[in-house]
Design a protein around this ligand. Structure first.
Ligand SMILES: Nc1ncnc2c1ncn2[C@@H]1O[C@H](COP(=O)(O)OP(=O)(O)O)[C@@H](O)[C@H]1O
Ligand SMILES: [Mg+2]
Length: 310
């Protein structure tokens, strides 16, 4: 649905996007991740026909960004990182305005606006002034606005930026719902963990160069970030013996024992770990708990952007 082939874009001497090749297929939720200034917004603007690339070919749904702007605008919804402010409009008026801008027939506008309000959970705010919305609601309104013409492909530039944890969860739920509806999503973020869990694939960009594209799981494997399982025992005396056994297991990278607590770092992510429980029990350990610890996404990101990918 989205293809970029050897795309470059320069602003004067600065190369903002450098020979970028990327493909996003139907059903994908692609997380476009990189620090500020990496070239994410520039790439998204090229795909929405707002900027012309200096080199390369970009297509959306098979249409070329250099030639087929009208067709692309029909199937693509682009939410910029900065929502234009329309202070003197209510939420409903704002969406009605965009419905008319998208040439939605007057007779259908009410139903279209009501359905996007419903989807973005803003129905109860329809008569509130746009300027009076919280940041989270403004971001959801931004999404509502790009849904009006029922695009198949959505480019959302930093939709979760500046949101508090709760608003971020609401945004994540909304994006998950859009993916479930079959829309192709390209979502940018400068924080890997912000949206990574809901992405089917991610791309990591830095200084205009795509360092990695693929599944999050593969990214973590390439960054050599494994899963850590914390085992807590009732009887600390057998901990050294269990640590010793597990350290010899080829699935285990390392074991850190601290009293009755063992942190077992595994080589992979998502594989079954009953072998740990088996080892504990056969060594006479009595289990209090076995808890997988959170994968440190930011660590993986740092490793990947330090050139560990090559
Ligand atoms: N209109 C512009 N003129 C000159 N430089 C720009 C312009 N827009 C972006 N840049 C520069 O291009 C680089 C990439 O910017 P951008 O695509 O906005 O990155 P990101 O969205 O990842 O933060 C940055 O160094 C930025 O300062
Ligand atoms: Mg940006």
């Amino acid at each position: 649905m989205i293809e970029l082939k050897n795309i470059s874009k320069r602003y004067g001497k600065l190369t903002a996007v450098d020979d970028l090749t990327l493909s996003i297929g139907p059903g994908e939720v692609f997380g476009f991740i990189g620090p500020n200034g990496a070239g994410k917004s520039t790439t998204m603007k090229i795909l929405s026909c707002l900027l012309r690339p200096d080199e390369g070919v970009a297509t959306v749904g098979g249409f070329n960004v250099m030639r087929d702007g009208d067709e692309i605008r029909r199937i693509l919804g682009y939410m910029p990182d900065f929502l234009g402010v329309y202070d003197d409009l209510t939420v409903d008026e704002y969406l009605q305005f965009f419905a008319s801008a998208f040439s939605i027939a007057r007779s259908k506008r009410r139903a279209v606006v009501d359905s996007v309000l419903e989807l973005t959970d803003l129905t109860h705010k329809k008569n509130t002034m746009v300027s009076g919305l919280s940041r989270g609601m403004q971001q959801r309104l931004g999404v509502a606005r790009v849904l009006i013409h029922e695009p198949k492909v959505l480019l959302l530039d930093e939709p979760a930026s500046g949101l508090d944890p709760r608003a971020r969860i609401e945004m994540r739920e909304l994006l998950t719902e859009l993916a479930r509806m079959g829309k192709v999503l390209m979502v940018s973020s400068h924080i890997l963990s912000e949206l990574a869990e809901m992405c089917t694939s991610i791309g990591i960009i830095e200084q205009g160069k795509l360092l990695y594209a693929g599944s999050l799981e593969d990214a973590l494997i390439r960054a050599k970030v494994g899963e850590t399982i914390r085992v807590t025992l009732e009887n600390a005396d057998v901990a050294p013996q269990i640590a010793d056994r597990l350290e010899r297991d080829e699935r285990v990278t390392s074991v850190h024992a601290n009293g009755a607590v063992l942190d077992i770092e595994l080589k992979t992510i998502g594989d079954p770990h009953h072998f740990i429980v088996d080892q504990v029990i056969s060594a006479g350990g009595r289990l209090v708990s076995v808890v997988p610890r959170e994968i440190k996404l930011e660590d993986a990101f740092l490793t990947l952007t330090k050139g560990a990918v090559q």
